[in-house]
Structures are given as structure tokens and as C-alpha cells.
Design a protein around this ligand. Structure first.
Ligand code: GLY
Ligand code: MN
Ligand code: MN
Length: 461
């Protein structure tokens, strides 16, 4: 856990921002995989971690702003449970470490809320993403199941987003640990990759590094010779000469902060000439966009700049044509770059996505595009000191998308479809780093992970 003062300060700020009412923060339960006691690895809710830091299932907490009282609700374990799972710290001791003096059995949470409902008090809660929490809110607050998400408190959501968007020193240190382990995972994959090895074996190597550091991965590992499939979780292919391997994976630190790095390397010791050309376009966009980051920059503009750098390069290679500013404005480049340049990162890999993508990544009044490609941009707002975000441009050749666009004669003025015949098995290239916005610029988190062609080839050699 962080310092006691950290959690107290966060809760005090939240109470001040809301001004009144009662805040309910729900922890997570264990989640069953296929039978009740065979569970997925436990993951505490990130906002619960942020305000209380207690990393165990079956907790809830109330910050009663009107009564100036904070209570953590949960049950200490019975000996029968300890027989199976071992002794656990007392909830009262864990709450104290988070600066909370009041604890109560879990059943009293329902009673506390029922009394508040009866008095028609204002109860702020977050939109639940786990079905068991939806059901509890329905039972406790008397709100119809279908209305639970809509009736979540926008005031609470916005106050939490404001706080969690700006990372403090303790969080940045923790993120740097996650990014460094993520970097070690990538270096290991780049060293071990060779023709004849299976994607699954490389996946085992990188997951093993996270496990060996007592960590888990922050999201399912993407490691594939089919990098053109953006979130490809299939690991059954065997690496073949001439292919590229795209690895997008990262560790989640012990305190649950995420690292999210992507590197792409050739199965052979060296990139082919065309692989190198495309790789350098992506690298150029990544490096230039990172260089431009500082407070006041609108990340929408950075995304469009990355799009233009890569589209201009694709024009030089004869794959695109026409006026590139017009091509990017019309979304033609999204055939090759169909996702956003990046997202906030923190306790969640896509930080606070459960609170609402647009509230996290878009300013009030900033409309989200409906254009293919641009609509997938998760972060578009103006950057502030303390934000941590990813920069992750990519170029992909997706045969199904190329075929569909070509059949529809889509963006024919900007795309040389006949040239794309040679790229059907190219795959995809993405390069991703995690960047902190500082008072006057930016800093890439973690130790550098090889990413120039020379650096990558040196590791492959
Ligand atoms: N790892 C998923 C992403 O980069 O957004
Ligand atoms: Mn990623
Ligand atoms: Mn990412």
C-alpha cells in the first residue's frame, strides 16, 4: 500500500469536490471460472484500490460526506476458510493502514444504505461492470436492473476521473516498475524468437517473467505473426522465416499499475527492405509524436499528426496517393491505421474505461468522431502534467478490410489498391511506449526498450 496519508488525502479531496451526500465504493468478489471454487485470479476494483488500497475480495466502503464518516465493510475470515486459504490480515488493520478507523461486518453495508434510501439521501455510486455488483446495487438501492448504469453518479465519476488522471510520485514510481518488467518481457521475446518456435512458447516466456516478479500481465498477451489483427490472442502459429512478430504485452505491478508496451521484430535476424521501410514510418510517427508531447497539446492533434506522417510515408512507397491532408481528413489512411494513437494508463491498462471512455478521454463539448479509425481514438483531450498515456501508432495490412474497401471502391482517390496485392501476408507493425506528461514536457517511463531497426536487429543477432 501507499502511505496512509495518500489515501486520506484522496478521500478528503473527493469529499470536498462532491460537497455532500454519501459515496458508495464497491470492491470486487472472487469470480468463478467454471465452478464456484475454481476462480479467475482476483482483481480488486481500481477505484476501490485508489481510495482504500485494500486488495482482497468482498469489501465495500462508504464515505459519508454529510456525517464526516468513512467505513470499510467486510468480514474477517472464519477458521474454516483459513484452513483452505491461510491466515489473512484483519480488515481493521488494513483499514487503519488506509487511514480508516471504522470497520463493520459486510451485512451492515446493506443496512446503512437502506437507512439512507429511506431518508432519500443522495447516494453516489460508480457504474458497475461486474454482474454481481449490478445485482447488489439493485437489491440495496431498489433501482431496476436495467437502470443501474444510467443512475450511476456522473458527479462522482467526473470527480474520480479528475483525480485519477493526474498521477503522483508514488504512482509514477509504481508505473515505472511495471514498465521495466514489461520491457524485460519484450527483450526476452525478441531474444528468443526464431523460425520454428511457436507463438505459445514465446508467450510462456513473457508470462513467466511477469510471474517470476510476483506480477501478472496487465491484459491478455498479444503475440502474433498476424499482427494485423489488433487484439490477437491466438498463440497457435509457428514462426516462419520472412514473418514479423508483433508483441503487445505488459506487466501489472504488485499494486496493480499497468505497463503496456508493443514491439515488432522480424523472425529472421534482419528486417527485409520493405519491412524496414514500413517499420521506420511507424517509428518516425512514434518518436516525433512523443517528442511533441507537453501540457497544452491536444492529443487529437497528435493522433492526426501521426496519421499524416505515416500516410505521407505510404505515399512515398506508392501505397497511397493524392493530397495527404485530404486523405487523412476523409479517413482513407485508416485502412492502414484503424485504431487510436493511445489512451490513458494507470491502475487500468485503458485507465478508468469502466467510468466511461468519453468522460476520460474527451473534454466537455469535444465530440467523438464516427469515422472509421478516428472513432477508436480513446484519448483526444488536452494533456496536463501528471497524465500518463500510451503512444502506439501502427501500420497494418488487413486482407479482409482491403478486399471490402476495394470492392466498395472506397477512397480510390487516395489508395493504390493494385499495389496492395503484394502485402496480403505482410502482417502489422505497432510500436508503443508509456509516457508521463511533466510540467514542461514529457518523459518516457522505464528504461529504454530497443526500438530502432539497428537496436532490434542487434538483439536478434
Ligand atoms: N494493449 C492494448 C492496447 O495497447 O491498447
Ligand atoms: Mn498495448
Ligand atoms: Mn495501449
Amino acid at each position: 500500500m501507499f502511505k496512509t496519508e495518500t489515501y486520506k488525502t484522496r478521500r478528503e479531496k473527493l469529499a470536498k469536490d462532491l460537497g455532500g451526500g454519501l459515496v458508495l465504493l464497491m470492491g470486487n468478489e472472487e469470480s468463478s471460472m467454471n465452478c464456484k471454487d475454481n476462480v479467475y485470479p482476483f482483481r480488486q476494483d481500481s477505484s476501490f484500490l485508489y481510495f482504500f488500497g485494500i486488495d482482497r475480495p468482498d469489501l465495500g466502503a462508504i464515505i459519508d460526506i454529510d456525517e464526516q464518516k468513512t467505513i470499510v465493510f467486510g468480514n474477517d475470515l472464519s477458521v474454516e476458510y483459513i484452513v483452505w486459504m491461510g491466515p489473512q490480515p484483519a480488515i481493521a488493520d488494513q483499514a487503519k493502514a488506509a487511514g480508516v478507523d471504522n470497520t463493520a461486518p459486510y451485512a451492515e453495508l446493506h443496512e446503512y444504505l437502506s437507512a439512507a434510501v429511506k431518508k432519500k439521501r443522495e447516494i453516489h455510486y460508480l457504474p458497475p461492470y461486474r454482474p454481481e455488483n449490478v445485482i447488489k446495487l439493485h437489491k440495496w438501492l431498489g433501482i431496476a436492473l436495467d437502470d443501474i448504469t444510467d443512475k450511476a453518479s456522473e458527479t462522482l465519476i467526473k470527480a474520480i476521473i479528475t483525480q485519477r488522471s493526474v498521477k503522483n510520485e508514488e504512482e509514477i514510481r509504481e508505473m515505472e516498475i511495471a514498465v521495466n518488467v514489461s520491457g524485460a518481457m519484450h527483450v526476452a521475446a525478441m531474444k528468443a524468437g526464431r523460425a520454428g518456435i511457436k507463438e505459445a512458447q514465446l508467450t510462456g516466456i513473457v508470462e513467466g517473467i511477469a510471474s517470476g516478479c510476483e506480477m501478472r500481465t496487465a491484459y491478455p498477451v498479444i503475440l502474433s505473426v498476424n499482427g494485423q489483427t489488433l487484439h490477437n490472442h491466438y498463440h497457435g502459429n509457428t514462426l516462419q522465416p520472412g514473418q514479423l512478430v508483433l508483441g503487445d504485452f505488459g506487466a501489472e505491478s504488485l499494486m496493480h499499475y499497468a505497463g503496456d508496451l508493443t514491439r515488432t521484430f522480424p523472425v529472421d535476424k534482419k528486417f527485409t527492405s520493405i519491412q524496414k521501410d514500413i517499420y521506420n514510418l511507424v517509428l518516425d510517427a512514434e518518436v516525433k509524436c512523443i517528442e511533441s508531447l507537453k501540457p497544452g497539446v491536444k492529443y487529437m492533434d497528435t493522433h492526426l499528426e501521426a496519421s499524416k506522417i505515416m500516410a505521407n510515408g505510404l505515399k512515398d512507397l506508392g501505397l497511397m496517393k493524392g493530397d495527404i491532408d485530404e486523405a487523412v481528413a476523409s479517413g482513407a489512411h485508416a485502412l492502414f491505421f484503424p485504431h487510436g494513437l493511445g489512451h490513458m494508463i494507470g491502475l487500468d491498462v485503458h485507465d478508468m474505461e469502466d467510468l466511461g471512455e468519453n468522460l476520460v478521454g474527451y473534454a466537455e463539448g469535444q465530440e467523438r468522431s464516427t469515422l472509421f479509425g478516428l472513432k477508436s481514438l480513446r484519448l483526444a483531450r488536452t494533456l496536463e502534467p501528471g497524465f500518463v498515456l500510451t503512444v502506439e501508432p501502427g501500420i497494418y495490412f488487413i486482407p479482409e478490410l482491403i478486399d471490402m474497401w476495394q470492392a466498395d471502391k472506397k477512397h480510390e482517390a487516395f489508395i493504390n489498391y493494385d499495389k496492395l496485392k503484394d502485402f496480403r501476408s505482410f502482417g502489422g507493425i505497432r510500436i508503443e511506449d508509456n509516457v508521463l506528461i511533466t510540467d514542461d514536457g514529457h518523459r518516457i517511463l522505464g528504461d529504454p526498450v530497443p526500438k530502432t531497426v539497428d537496436e532490434v536487429e542487434a538483439l536478434r543477432g
